[in-house]
Design a protein around this ligand. Structure first.
Ligand code: GDP
Length: 482
């Protein structure tokens, strides 16, 4: 019954959206990716390049001169926070530091005036299209599988994963605490909170820079949005639950109830109210980071990609189609931070990401149509150069490492440019999935750079430099501005 009600609500939202769209044509572009994948930087740079006439030769409507105006406009949704574009640009350009990352959902409306390229509409008044950019944590998508799992299954899966590989080193405290907790004892708020805290600490440890694991549901435990501290977020899985009903009033019964509440009040409304209304989607992936950390991080990223891509499966009868209808017709998976590589490495990064996505696509059962893969840098923080060493000419990248970075025991203060060898991705993309193949592992330099200096011409700053943002734009929006 609830799924019929869900569908009816969706149908209603959809009609309302489409009616509004007749008056002022608009499409909703979702921007997601796991935390630190580069969502905030992507949106900031994309908008900056469009507003400031950035170099976007592969974005056809702009290149051909058919777009006459691009501007920011008030967004249509009053209940969603606005994406703080101006603050982020200020931070990036004036302070040359990276802006605060995405913590919850936000939105920004861009409106294009354009001349149609073909047909009769060319002679009519200029067209107008608004793009509502919706930024949200990719972690929230990882919750979709939970809708099909009861509390016991969820607990079992989480515990099994926690006992494997490098997770086993990190999950000790949680598993030990859970093992000595009596789940049949009367429900107690402090025990529930302690369990939650210790479990969330384990998830955070998995996500840390040294580990870079990806599949870490429940998604709101790492990205709570505005629900931090609410009962629907104060639970944790309990390993080894027996196959009998929970004792009424017990800790286990309380945990079960909260887990169900999490699905009802957190997960479903997100898919219904936000995800269901998207038309296009870009999924950003920090593939370089995972590759640098080795095969286990790569396998984990692949698992997360599979869960994420599952959300875009159009199949009828799936849980999601009841919840969201079907609307998204193009998904771009973009490997970010390509400016950490020399341009020769960009195609390899793309190949590796494509391989990762292909495997996830096959497993998730998403038809390949409508999915593309690219390697991009939303902001290019480095430039390329060559150095001569021992009679050889070698490619390097030049940038300003952020304060505190050390390279070969040399500590940087954030004010000095330096050239580094960008490192290499393997020629054979398959090898990133395989444990330690001597000579074949990726050797990527993980130095973090400050945002680049942006020149000022006649008192205004030029657009932020990027790599292949125009290709991404063309895939995501080009056909809608025809
Ligand atoms: P979010 O959590 O997805 O919103 O991630 P952010 O957009 O905040 O990006 C996280 C960090 O990744 C930033 O602080 C930068 O250090 C880095 N980053 C993101 N995009 C780029 C890029 O295009 N080039 C470089 N060099 N670094 C980037």
């Amino acid at each position: 019954l609830s799924s019929i009600a869900d569908s009816a609500l969706i149908a209603f939202d959809s009609i309302a959206d489409r009616a509004a769209s007749l008056v002022n044509p608009s499409i909703r572009l979702g921007v997601t990716g796991l935390s630190r994948a580069g969502k905030t930087v992507f949106i900031s740079s994309l908008v900056h390049n469009l507003l400031k006439g950035g170099r976007l030769p592969l974005f056809e409507p702009l290149q051909s001169g058919r777009i006459s105006n691009v501007r920011l406009e008030p967004q249509p949704d009053d209940a969603i926070p606005r994406f703080q574009y101006e603050d982020h640009i200020e931070t990036l350009i004036r302070e040359r530091t990276w802006p605060d990352s995405t913590r919850a959902i936000s939105e920004l409306r861009l409106t294009f005036d354009y001349q149609s390229a073909s047909g009769w509409s060319r002679f009519l008044s200029p067209g107008r299209l608004s793009i509502d950019i919706v930024d949200y944590p990719g972690e929230w998508l990882l919750d979709l599988p939970l809708l099909q799992q009861d509390y016991r299954t969820f607990s079992e899966r989480t515990a099994t994963l926690a006992r494997t590989g490098i997770r086993a080193e990190l999950s000790g405290d949680w598993l030990a605490f859970a093992a000595q907790t009596d789940m049949d004892a009367p429900a107690d708020e402090m025990t529930a909170r302690r369990l939650f805290e210790i479990f969330a600490a384990y998830l955070r440890a998995c996500k840390s820079d040294e580990r870079s694991l990806s599949t870490l549901p429940p998604g709101r435990f790492l990205m709570p949005g505005d629900l931090e501290g609410s009962p629907a977020l104060t639970f944790a899985p309990l390993p080894d639950i027996p196959d009998t009903p929970a004792k009424p009033g017990s800790l286990r019964a309380m945990m079960e109830r909260r887990y169900e509440a999490y699905k009802t009040v957190v997960v479903k409304p997100f898919f219904r109210e936000h995800f269901a209304r998207l038309d296009r989607q870009i999924v950003l992936v920090d593939a370089l980071q995972a590759i640098t950390r080795g095969p286990e991080a790569v396998a984990d990223l692949e698992r997360a990609m599979q869960d994420v891509l599952e959300c875009f499966r159009p199949g009828s009868g799936s849980l999601l189609s009841a919840l969201t209808g079907r609307r998204i017709d193009r998904v771009l998976v973009a490997a970010t931070k390509a400016d950490h590589l020399h341009h020769e490495g960009h195609d390899r990064l793309e190949a590796v990401t494509r391989r990762l996505v292909e495997r996830a696509v096959t497993r998730a059962g998403v038809a390949g149509a409508g999915i593309d893969v690219m390697a991009i840098a939303s902001i290019r923080a480095t430039r390329e150069a060559t150095v001569r060493q021992n009679g050889q000419t070698l490619p390097v990248i030049v940038g300003t490492p952020i304060a505190g970075e050390t390279i070969n025991d040399e500590r940087f203060d954030g004010n000095r440019k330096t050239a580094i060898f960008p490192g290499d991705l393997p020629a054979n993309p398959e090898s990133i999935f395989e444990a330690e193949k001597p000579g074949e592992q990726a050797r990527v330099n993980a130095v973090r750079f400050r945002p680049p200096e942006v020149a000022e011409v006649n008192g205004t700053r030029v657009a932020l430099p990027h790599i292949r943002l125009d290709r991404a734009l063309q895939f995501l929006l080009g056909d809608r501005l025809k």
